[in-house]
Design a protein. Structure first.
Ligand code: PLP
Ligand code: PLP
Lengths: 405, 154, 405, 154
């Protein structure tokens, strides 16, 4: 694969950071955007813009079509059965909040259990905490092992007759562990427990097939998939999309509005109140086209190669401690360097144009478990090459130099 | 192409003076249709006999010229015909709206074909297709004994 | 004012609609975007993009600064006292849902009253309906008079000791009536009742000064202010921002996260969960600059001139019935034409490149009150001129021709 | 400019071997500080006498080199001084971080000024300013008897 050619499609890499070429190892946080996505947004605002679904004039018709075509593209990309299963939200966080609120209000009661894991991002814990508070429910945390994974048994042993939903990440955004989602879904479906998958790290780096995964809900963060900010996606199986109550109220999602009562339209409209992120959704159609132009299989293969090289390279440095050692790892490596705080690492890296993330990565529970307040994280995108890893390796050495002499 | 392609004489005539716009006597089945985006509403009343022949059909409602004309033309076309034949006619009608093709349905007279074809201009106006089909879907719903309101946003 | 020059800053007007120049009279639905806004988004994605507030690297720092500078610009533009009072949402609908949910959960109980008006957009009714259902509260509708206004007495007489909040629009998006917000706030504050203003139509067309208005909450829709889609703003007085519970849960809005409890950060962070609409917010800073480059006073004056000309012109046509006759009118005229359904009007207009909106404009209560299922609406932006109104007038005549011979 | 401007010898030294990192005996006031974005935490312990003189000061916590060095340097600088003087020093310190200016605070010895100035490199690293100020704000909070945790996101 011609990574230089792919990289050249991302305008950001033409810029210098502190006088150095940008080396971007922060894609798990948010990916950069290829030119076709940026251009699509420009074109939409310059030639096609109108509010969608509400007006009869030509601009509105075109805009509506472009918007709904994106829904079809997403449906196809994730292999959903129905377009009603594809709901646009503002980010993955909102997608999970929507489920926690709509599902939680309807189906979770006092004493009921919500099963999550110690790996979860705050986005897949805080919304459940709200329901815990409101309903007097209980949150159980499936334990993370020393490899930084949650294995199926850790989940199995927490399932009870009170378990109302299982909410798990697809790939840990700290340890990179790929969760056995399919197995968890099989286990859960024996007891008819719905499964929500936080797919923020899964969707950009794995083949995403709703029929194969079989989960009930899947949350996607488009800005991590080479897409614009301001868009997320909730996949909700039709059986849930049909019966869950709406989440936000406003224009577009109604059926009939009377002074004493209101009826609602069906999914996805029911869940999409107000003016949507029209330009962003339309822009995202180009992200999917970009991904498909390379092929997700090729992306996976490329990232795997770089990931392995990275693990090998940085483990050679004795001062480095890589966090977790999952059997299956997504495009993420978190680490610490002996005696150097992750924030100092990030600052020193930045001096060389190398962007990584330092902190708890919205996973305080996991960091507490590991007994560290923070870690440094390098994460990959399609534009990364072995050169970037070599730069990472030198930068780590530089940290040691700055701190130890 | 001219806006007159959409608002043909026949359409305007049916839009302004819709036929069978009333609650027909002795109806035994009915259904409501609603387009929440624009507010078009129809209520179709049906007298279906045991052999599934449409003995009488009428409608009430409010909406744009296209939706009223379409409902009116539908009642005229379907009255006296078998439900199965009516469904075939609807298929041809939908195909016409989608492809802009001509209609020549064997079971209809030439005049009836022309009357139906007066709505073919809708093809060029995608946002108006729902206006032209609402009454028809509602009719099918009524005949099949559905209870919920037909919602074009489904 | 040189409207042609201003108009030339909007790329969309270079396009033809059905072979005709675009005449855009649908700004109340969503406004078009000037080039500086579009370019800012492009530049952000091409040169500055990173997720904000979370990473220590240079890109993240720049992006965070650009984002927070926009908050400062908004604070200044609306004359808020504190930057904690400016909360970014995905649209105005979300802003109102946030208040209805956070305020409603905390302060509204069984039998309590929520006071809204018959003019309200569904966005300022449906969220309160949810609270009505959850809490067993009561919604009272202040009556709209024949002029299409709600006068202060209609509100006064509905205030009781049970009134917990008053939620009113600033400008009706159907009749164009400008509400006596200041008077309502004064009235409400005697009884210490907070007032939420749906400022969707107010913010683009009036001088917006939170200190002068004195309201507790003000909701803004950025895409109606020459801004990108995907951003709204909630102004919440500090005293409320401080005490209201968070709305959505996720990354960024937390203090400390433990397995048994979670603390939250302060406003605005508390209300901004997950990855924000970074590019959109940054883009919006240019919308404010665009507005300020013309001057809101000049915008008001220009729109007033066009509005008066429009009213005068279309009232000359006997077949036209203008909806409402408010003493003070914002940049909106809704109307019907005898014997022609609004959708047919919009379709015929569209043939001439003229974009208006037809329907109930998310105001079913008001339309039912007026005894019409739908209306046609022409609404103004800074780019409209008297020529556009002349085109509107001819298009109305064309409707009559199509339908009456 | 070099990263060494930020990580000067003095800073690294204080970062690695922070002074007064313990719970001091007989403290009578304390406060916690937290930077939720990066997780830095400090807990400042203070023995303030009736004349508002800082008789003893110490801290516990965890965080980056900058935050630890800043806390350490703070305790060394402030111990034995009046609260009012300490607040003045903080003002100068904040000014230095903002403007990158030199420090020459009269009430401090040259060595103390130099020690404080070792943190001036932070100016070029806006995201790190909070690391450098957290302990100081927490100290003021402790001295003024505040209860809540100091939150840099306020
Ligand atoms: C008066 C009024 N309120 C609320 C809204 C909803 O705004 P948004 O769609 O940006 O959420 C609109 C516009 O659609 C409006 O005109
Ligand atoms: C695993 C995981 N879940 C949830 C999120 C939240 O996604 P967003 O910020 O797009 O809402 C992220 C990214 O921040 C993530 O990595």
């Amino acid at each position: 694969m011609d990574i230089e050619n792919i990289k050249s499609q991302f305008p950001i890499f033409k810029n210098k950071i502190n006088g150095k070429p940008l080396i971007y190892l922060d894609s798990a946080n948010s990916s950069q955007k290829p030119k076709n996505v940026i251009d699509r947004i420009t074109k939409f605002y310059s030639k096609e813009f109108s509010n969608i679904g509400r007006s009869v004039h030509s601009l509105a018709v075109t805009a509506t079509n472009r918007f709904e075509e994106t829904r079809d593209l997403v449906k196809k990309y994730i292999n959903a059965k129905f377009r009603e299963e594809v709901i646009f939200t503002k980010n993955a966080t909102e997608a999970i909040n929507l489920v926690a609120s709509s599902f939680g209000e309807k189906f979770i009661n006092k004493g009921d259990e919500i099963l999550i894991t110690e790996l979860e991002h705050h986005a897949n814990y805080v919304p459940w905490h709200f329901i815990r508070q409101k309903k007097g429910a209980i949150i159980k945390f499936a334990e993370c092992n020393e490899r930084g994974e949650v294995d199926i048994d850790a989940i199995k042993k927490l399932i009870t007759n009170k378990t109302k939903i299982i909410a798990i990440t697809h790939i840990s955004n700290v340890t990179g562990a790929i969760m056995p989602v399919k197995k968890i879904v099989d286990l859960a479906s024996e007891k008819e427990i719905p499964v929500l998958v936080d797919g923020c790290q899964g969707a950009p780096h794995l083949e995403i097939d709703m029929q194969k995964l079989g989960c009930d809900f899947y949350a996607i963060s488009c800005h991590k998939m080479y897409g614009p900010t301001g868009v997320g996606i909730l996949f909700a199986k039709k059986k849930w999309a049909d019966i869950l109550p709406p989440y936000q109220g406003g224009g577009g999602m109604i059926g009939e509005v009377k002074k004493n009562d209101i009826t609602f339209s069906d999914s996805p409209t029911k869940f999409e109140a107000g003016t949507l992120q029209t330009a962003e959704v339309v822009g995202f159609s180009e992200s999917l086209k970009f991904i498909e132009s390379i092929g997700i299989k090729n992306i996976i293969e490329h990232e795997k190669k770089i990931l392995e090289y990275a693990l090998e390279t940085i483990k050679k440095n004795n001062s480095v401690n890589v966090i977790g050692d999952p059997k299956k790892r997504g495009s993420i490596i978190s680490f610490t360097i002996k005696g150097i705080h992750p924030h100092d690492i990030a600052t020193i890296f930045d001096e060389d144009g190398l962007a990584i993330r330092a902190g708890h990565h919205c996973c305080q529970i996991l960091h507490e478990k590991m007994g560290i307040p923070a870690s440094a994280r390098a994460s990959l995108g399609i534009y990364n090459s072995k050169d970037d890893i070599d730069a990472l390796s030198s930068a780590i050495k530089k940290c040691n130099k700055v701190f130890n002499n | 192409m001219d806006i007159k392609e959409l608002y043909k004489e026949i359409v305007l005539d049916h839009g302004k003076n819709p036929r069978n716009k009333k609650k027909c006597k002795d109806f035994n089945q009915d259904a409501k249709g609603h387009n929440p985006l624009c507010g078009d509403k129809v209520h179709v009343f049906l007298k279906l006999n045991q052999d599934k022949k449409v003995e009488d059909i009428s409608f009430e409602g409010e909406g744009c010229a296209i939706s009223m004309a379409s409902a009116s033309i539908m009642t005229e076309t379907i009255k006296g015909r078998d439900f199965n034949v009516a469904k075939k006619i609807l298929e041809h009608f939908l195909h016409m709206l989608k492809e802009g093709s001509k209609l020549s349905i064997n079971s209809l007279s030439e005049e009836e074909n022309i009357r139906m074809m007066s709505l073919s201009g809708v093809k060029r106006f995608p946002m108006r297709v729902k206006c032209a089909t609402l009454a028809w879907h509602t009719f099918v719903h009524a005949a099949e004994g559905g209870n919920e309101t037909v919602n074009t946003e489904k």
